[in-house]
Design a protein around this ligand. Structure first.
Ligand code: ADP
Ligand code: MG
Length: 836
């Protein structure tokens, strides 16, 4: 039997699903498929797997020996939930494992496995019957991620198949149970879709007590870029004026989160933070004194432009898995990588609230309580002046914690622990805290109303990440987080008019906004040939499916009848987009394979480079200075000796910018022809320099991204060895640079994967942009238009591309290019460009 600790047992009994155990387990044993809906925090994710475990699922000696699988759209949730359930299961904790793309602790003891949806989809490709499992739980189905939808379509068939096989030979095959879990009751697409489930699955709805939440809209919506300032101000006011209770802030991504955390910590430091800062300051002064004594001189020319507010360099972490999209800098910077003018912290905007609304809750008492609370103390005007006298006294500390996908697991788990005594918790999170993760003790929610979403235009095939208004449904979920443990408040940093007029009611299922050729290839590999008849919960447009099939046929993965062929099967074993798989397979000429593997790995992980605007000017080391040219060495050492700190910072910034661009030029090579080759160079150079944090710093790449590139290279190398007999390829992290011949072969291979991404310079294609001449005068060659094969809209080479360095050499922009990505901001940018 399971032995749980006293505390855990107590916490469990308070969860709404706990009292429903019997009803839920009965429904599961009587039905092949059930839908379980319940308010976030009611205990679905942590308890249902344990109910199943205690009912014998996963026990090799029971009638249901297969393990219990739980899928999550995000890996933060897969990791933290596995951790929690392991802890709750006490003496059976070791039977709980997780598996995400690059990380797993699955063992022979595993009975409960938390994984991302991608992991299960891959397993389906090699074992369509999912013979290892007796139950699959698809969690967070209300989010309607692309993978959830595909999984449900496939699983509905697997359930049927296992049922059939089991009725034929119960000894050999056991049925598979499917549990669809949702935080909302919006489950019609699953339940009423008879193509998906012929017999509609029963819905069990767990009732949870939701306390009332008072919603405060801003009277005015901050201008774009102003929302962070507004959030920081609001959090400060809540902290200083309102009774105890945790604060939860919803932002769109890691860069924003790091920035807001930093500002809040500066404003409301804990004892430890205050002390640390003091020590730092003392150390810095001491150092300055010492260098001065050694006879540094003062002054110098300061040509650096004033710097504005820029999130620190480490704010730019990798975005490596689909479920962890983090485009970080996108919103705050314009297409040329400059900080948007309006992204500053100091503007005063009017945050007066509108009349408030109280949502939910059953108690009249609660409502009165909420209304009587001192929230009148929040007018912005009085405050702008009134804060002055507070300045000197130390404000009460705030215990600020970030929460986003790529945060290390131990940091993520901090949000569940009670804050240090006497301190208020403030969690700054992405929408992972919307329904996947319930943070205890939250009473105040601050909602920017914004979310970062991958969008895709099937017509132009343009994929972009856009920060935009979330849906009303999501915003209401966010609000609900304030009412889990008692009545709460939700501050919406936008007006009710915006909420009513500009927020969609529900977001569209992701499948409607994604390129789906990878999915279609996986489906074909599972012999689900007729994709147009696939039981999608929400079927995508037929033309989108047809287009994906066309691309696959063109890449050589399908035969004329739309069936997968040997090449397609081979392509489907690689955990990368079909284009990249194609590059791997054609990449075997002239000893290019190790290079192509590295390129594909880098392209799959995503841009590894730190951008210039993320440079940290204060962090230039002696070693780095030693590598600079003479002039910059002088400037840097002068900068260090300046007494005027601000001047010194500016000068250092200038120096580090110089070093940054020198490095970029070096990586582009003497005859730059391709960004892909630059990426390849940096992969080799990074590994050659030891593959360390220091190496990453030297080459201005994100160490984390480079680590993932290395892992993926290893994985792809193994797959090539396994599936391409006769090919001998070994993984050597350090590669000698490719020869001239190899470089041109590589460019051909890139072309083979992206033949439909060719663009020709406007003048050659007969395209006339009426403003072209004026634009080129004003903006330089950035304004030279290119025409793609399919589009009527011109595209422009992104300013980061090495194509500009090449153009400087040749005096004109290249005639024909192939690009890996298109991104829309102020216009359509071709990124990761190769000159053909
Ligand atoms: P649901 O899936 O229905 O949203 P969960 O099972 O995720 O609910 O959460 C149930 C409860 O368990 C919540 O109150 C949550 O705060 C708590 N919880 C989850 N993970 C942890 C953890 N690592 N430490 C402490 N409490 C946790
Ligand atoms: Mg959950």
């Amino acid at each position: 039997p399971v032995k749980r600790t006293e505390t855990i047992q107590q916490q469990r009994t308070k969860l709404p699903v706990y009292s429903e155990e019997q009803q839920i387990m009965e429904a599961i044993s009587e039905n092949p498929v059930i839908v379980l809906s319940g308010e976030t925090g009611s205990g679905k994710t942590t308890q249902i797997p344990q109910f199943l475990f205690e009912a014998g699922y996963g026990d090799p000696s029971s009638p249901n020996p297969g393990i219990i699988g739980i899928t999550q759209p995000r890996r933060v949730a897969a990791l933290s939930m596995a951790h929690r359930v392991s802890e709750e299961l006490g003496n059976f904790g070791h039977t709980v494992s997780h598996q995400v793309r690059f990380d797993t602790n699955v063992s022979d003891d595993t009975r409960i496995k938390f994984m991302t949806e991608g992991v299960l989809l891959r397993e389906l490709a090699s074992d369509l019957l999912l013979t290892k499992y007796s139950v699959i739980i698809t969690d967070e189905a209300h989010e309607r991620s692309l993978n959830t939808d595909i999984l449900l379509g496939v699983l509905s068939r697997v359930v049927r198949l296992r049922q059939k096989l089991s009725s034929e030979n119960p000894e050999k095959t056991r049925p598979l149970k499917l549990i669809i879990m949702s935080a909302t009751l919006r489950v019609d697409d699953f339940v009423k879709n008879t193509r998906l489930f012929q017999v509609p699955p029963p819905i069990i709805n767990v009732q949870a007590r939701q306390h009332s939440v008072r919603v405060h809209f801003n009277r005015r919506t901050p201008a774009p870029g102003q929302h962070l300032a507004e959030v920081i101000k609001k959090a400060g006011k809540v902290h200083q004026r309102l009774p105890d209770g945790g604060i939860l802030i919803f932002l769109t991504g890691q860069a924003e989160i790091m920035y807001v955390c930093k500002k809040l910590r500066e404003e409301f430091p804990t004892e430890a933070e205050r002390e640390a800062r003091k020590q730092e300051e003392l150390a810095r002064r001491e150092q300055a004194r010492q260098t001065k004594r050694k006879g540094g001189k003062q002054g110098g020319g300061y040509h650096a432009k004033a710097t504005t507010v820029v999130p620190s360099a480490n704010a730019l972490e990798a975005n490596v898995e689909d479920e962890d999209i983090d485009i970080g800098d996108y919103d705050m910077f314009n297409a040329d990588g400059e900080l948007q003018d309006d992204f500053t912290m100091d503007s005063e905007s009017d945050s007066e609230e509108e009349d408030n609304i109280i949502v939910g809750g059953d108690d009249e008492e609660e409502r009165r309580l909420l209304l009587s609370e001192n929230i009148k103390g929040m007018p912005a005007k009085a405050d702008a002046k009134g804060d002055g006298d507070k300045e000197n006294a130390n404000p009460a500390p705030l215990y600020v914690l970030p929460l986003y996908s790529l945060l290390p697991a131990d940091q993520q788990l901090k949000v569940f622990a009670p804050p240090p005594p006497g301190m208020r918790l403030c969690v700054v999170a992405t929408n992972v805290a919307e329904t996947s993760i319930t943070i205890p003790g939250i009473r105040y929610v601050i909602d920017t109303g914004l979310a970062k979403e991958k969008t895709y235009d099937a017509q132009t095939q343009v994929q972009s990440f856009e920060i935009g208004w979330t849906s009303q449904a999501s915003s209401n979920q966010r609000m609900g987080r304030a009412g889990r443990t008692g009545p709460g408040h939700c501050y919406r940093i936008f007006s009710s008019a915006v909420f009513n007029d500009q927020f969609v009611k529900f977001s569209e299922p992701e499948i409607m906004r994604m390129p789906i050729e990878g999915v279609v290839l996986q489906m074909k590999a599972m012999n689900l040939d007729n994709v147009t008849n696939f039981p999608f919960p929400t079927p995508p447009n037929r033309s989108v499916l047809t287009r994906a099939e066309r691309l696959l046929t063109w890449l050589g993965a399908l035969d004329g009848k739309g069936h997968i062929n040997d090449l397609g099967r081979l392509m489907s074993v690689f955990p990368v987009a079909p284009r990249f798989a194609k590059m791997l397979i054609v990449g075997q000429q002239h000893g290019c394979l190790p290079y192509v593997i590295s390129i594909v790995a880098a392209l799959s992980v995503g841009d590894p480079f730190i951008k210039e605007f993320n440079l940290d000017p204060d962090n230039i080391s002696d070693a780095e200075i030693a590598r600079l040219g003479f002039e910059d060495q002088v400037a840097a050492s002068e900068a260090r000796n300046m007494t005027n700190e601000e001047m010194a910072a500016k000068e250092q910034h200038r120096v580090s910018r110089r070093k940054y661009w020198n490095t970029q030029a070096k990586l582009a090579g003497t005859e730059p022809t391709s960004d892909v080759l630059k990426w390849l160079t940096v992969v080799g150079a990074f590994e050659y320099a030891g593959g360390t944090e220091a190496a990453a710093k030297e080459y201005y790449v994100r160490a984390k991204a480079m680590g993932e590139v290395r892992k993926l290279r290893g994985q792809l190398t193994n797959l090539v060895q396994m599936y391409c007999p006769g090919i001998d390829v070994a993984m050597d992290p350090r590669m000698p640079p490719p020869s001239k011949l190899q470089q041109s072969v590589i460019r051909q291979i890139v072309l083979a994967g992206f033949m439909d991404h060719v663009a020709v310079r406007g003048d050659i294609a007969g395209y006339q942009d009426p403003d072209e001449e004026a634009n080129i005068k004003r903006r330089g060659m950035h304004a030279v238009p290119y025409i793609t094969m399919w589009g009527s809209e011109p595209v422009y080479i992104h300013p980061e591309s090495v194509a500009y360095i090449a153009a400087r050499g040749s005096g004109s922009m290249p005639q024909t290019i192939v690009f890996a990505e298109l991104q829309r901001t102020t216009r359509l940018w071709a990124k990761v460009v190769t000159i053909v």
